[in-house]
Design a protein around this ligand. Sequence first.
Ligand SMILES: [Zn+2]
Length: 240
Amino acid sequence: MSKPIALLAYQDADLEKQQLEADLRTTENRVRLNKLAKFIKQQQATLNKLNEDIETFSASMSKLNAQYTALLDRLDLETGEFETLKGDEECTSEEMTEFRHDIEKLQREANNLEKEIKQLFRTLDEAVSEFQKTRQQGAKAKKEYDQLKIVCQKEKDDAAIDLLAADKKMEDLEKKVSPTLMTRYKRVRQHYGTPVVAVRDGKCSGCNMSLPSLAIRRLIGEDMILECENCGRLLYADNE
Ligand SMILES: [Zn+2]
């Protein structure tokens, strides 16, 4: 006879409490709440990124606009000079052609810059729309999150009575276990939800490791608990 009845009763109460806690963590509302929290965090990261993009695009836009204005000013100036040269009889036709080419070149540059500005404007516009859309989604999710949080808190409050009862039950059962054994149990409990397991077919039923026959004989022969050398769980001989 080596089944640690009192310790196993304590473990059963411990498992019941673990189950209560697990149920609480995995209610439909709680799972949805966690999903929403993750979603909101992602939305926030997206918003930050979009915000950075918008700032960068805006800065580029200002730069391009300034370039464009300067180019148009130059074009105006050169066109004016060209008109003046037209009336100058000393100006050769080669000079006039060269001047015209310069103006055409400036005109092409201005056209290209205009295209670039339009493209950037579209990109900026898209980023702003995306930002607004993301912010709206985020706000909607936040609203749902706040409502669900209240529901989850209610679930938690409701479960508190059961959890308290489970604590009380464990407290009572702990008194029936020797303090030394309890210390060992609590140490193993840090690693496993079920610290005490039976030996079955010469194996630790926690990790399935075969035990030395000497250990098994000791376990059966004396009323004691061994520690599995492999996983550290507390072992007892299951008589059945
Ligand atoms: Zn083991």
